[in-house]
Design a protein around this ligand. Structure first.
Ligand code: ATP
Ligand code: MG
Length: 402
């Protein structure tokens, strides 16, 4: 045994490991090249290039299924835009925010934009931004843009979370602001993986936000394979991963729809498992184990990424102990109060329960309660510790977990 342990240390010390660049396997890594996204990135660049003529580029909506490269493509184009603008000394301001922040709170999004613009720092009187109403906060941001005559490209990633939680008022105000601005302007780029996102918008917002649209189609298995080969070359040491393992990742990720994120996740977890085993090469068996691991963690990930009210509903079900809808709703209301969330109607809560059911997180059953009639009984299907782990990471809910 001591020789085993010795080996582990010797191997680590000799710098021999499977992975040479761990960063390249993380989800927010944006590769230098994005194969198969030439058309999309070029169209985006083309639309935005108007800014170098001093005019407002059209607003854009990018959509496509998860893992189709929307975030990566938008990031790489706007980063390059910002770089070019600074080389040419053209005034361009680029802001990239995530609409999912704080569960899709419009206030938080406005706050982030103000931070990025430097408004919060600029206020001499130090009027706390957080003390303002949503309308005042929006006005302050828009006035700042107008006063400074900013040419702003504002990217809102995962814009559907924002609209689900907070409605589309903020988008309305931002798209409308151009009409009253003299000098400055705002180009809005919304990114969504919900194909029905547009249906949720007020027609006026819909038409101005989607002046241009770019659709990202799922990758084919063959495309995924090539994307992964590139990524493997960047991140693994020579010979540290078999071609069959890379191909298997691509095949698994292509099974539902061509999701590059899933493919890269499989690769990363396979590498971790192989390293833990102390082998010298990642093989197909590690990819299979990686698939199992990811599947096992799926409920955790689903819950962690769920909208705020889904989380509150799950907590309410747990705290209700009996899972009867009426009681769950009462507890849900009190949790909303504690976390300063605007409560949804009981009908909407029931829809959320159905969504959670579809995700496999809860199960519902109709029970006969004697003279009280029938009622729905809900049970949480994943271990309490998993729920706690998933919710703890969200600062809004940390205080609710005891
Ligand atoms: N064409 C590509 N070449 C190389 N890597 C890619 C490509 N497309 C996507 N990726 C990688 O796959 C992962 C997922 O891509 P990305 O985050 O851009 O997906 P998305 O479309 O924004 O998904 P979601 O809708 O879930 O946010 C990232 O790590 C990204 O770097
Ligand atoms: Mg994305």
């Amino acid at each position: 045994m001591s020789s085993d342990i010795d080996n582990i240390f010797t191997k680590a010390a000799s710098g021999m490991s499977l992975v040479k660049n761990r960063q390249a396997l993380t989800i927010d890594y944006v590769p230098e090249k994005l194969p198969f996204r030439d058309e999309e990135t070029k169209t985006l660049a083309q639309v935005l290039s108007t800014i170098f003529k001093g005019a407002r580029p059209s607003n854009l909506l990018l959509f496509g299924k998860p893992g189709t490269g929307k975030t990566a493509a938008a990031r790489s184009v706007v980063d390059r835009l910002a770089k070019k603008a600074s080389e040419l000394e053209t005034d361009v301001t680029v802001i990239f925010v995530n609409g999912k922040i704080a569960g899709g709170s419009a206030y938080k999004v406005i706050f982030e934009i103000a931070e990025e613009l430097g408004i919060n720092k600029e206020q001499e009187k130090q009027v706390h931004f957080t003390g303002l109403s949503m309308g005042e906060a929006t006005d302050r941001v828009l006035n700042f843009i107008q006063r400074k005559k900013l040419h702003l490209v504002l990217v809102i990633d995962e814009i559907d979370s924002l609209v689900d939680r907070s409605g589309d008022d903020i988008l309305y105000n931002f798209t409308r602001a151009n009409q009253r601005m003299k000098g400055g302007f705002i180009t809005l780029i919304g990114i969504s993986n919900s194909l029905t996102f547009k249906d949720k918008l007020d027609p006026r917002v819909r038409s101005s936000l989607s002046e241009e649209e770019i659709v990202f189609n799922p990758y084919t298995v063959d495309q995924l394979r090539q994307i992964l080969q590139e990524r493997a070359k960047l991140s693994f040491n020579e010979g540290a991963i078999s071609e069959a393992a890379v191909n298997l990742c691509a095949a698994i990720a292509g099974r539902e729809h061509g999701d590059a994120r899933k493919a890269i996740d499989l690769l990363r977890v396979a590498a971790e498992l192989a390293e833990r085993e102390g082998t010298t090469r990642v093989d197909e068996k590690h990819v299979r184990a990686s698939e199992d691991r990811i599947e096992r963690d799926a409920p955790f990930v689903a819950l962690k990424n769920a909208p705020a009210h889904h989380k509150l509903v799950i907590l309410a079900i747990i705290k209700s102990t009996n899972g009867i809808t009426g009681k769950v709703y009462d507890i849900y209301l009190s949790l909303c109060k504690q976390t300063e969330q605007k409560p949804l109607t009981q009908r909407r809560m029931t829809q959320i329960i159905n969504e959670l059911d579809l995700l496999g997180l809860v199960s519902t059953d109709i029970v006969n309660q004697g003279r009280y009639g029938r009622s729905q009984k809900i049970k949480v299907m994943i271990p309490l510790t998993t729920v706690e782990e998933a919710l703890k990471e969200d600062i809004n809910f940390a205080s609710l977990i005891d």
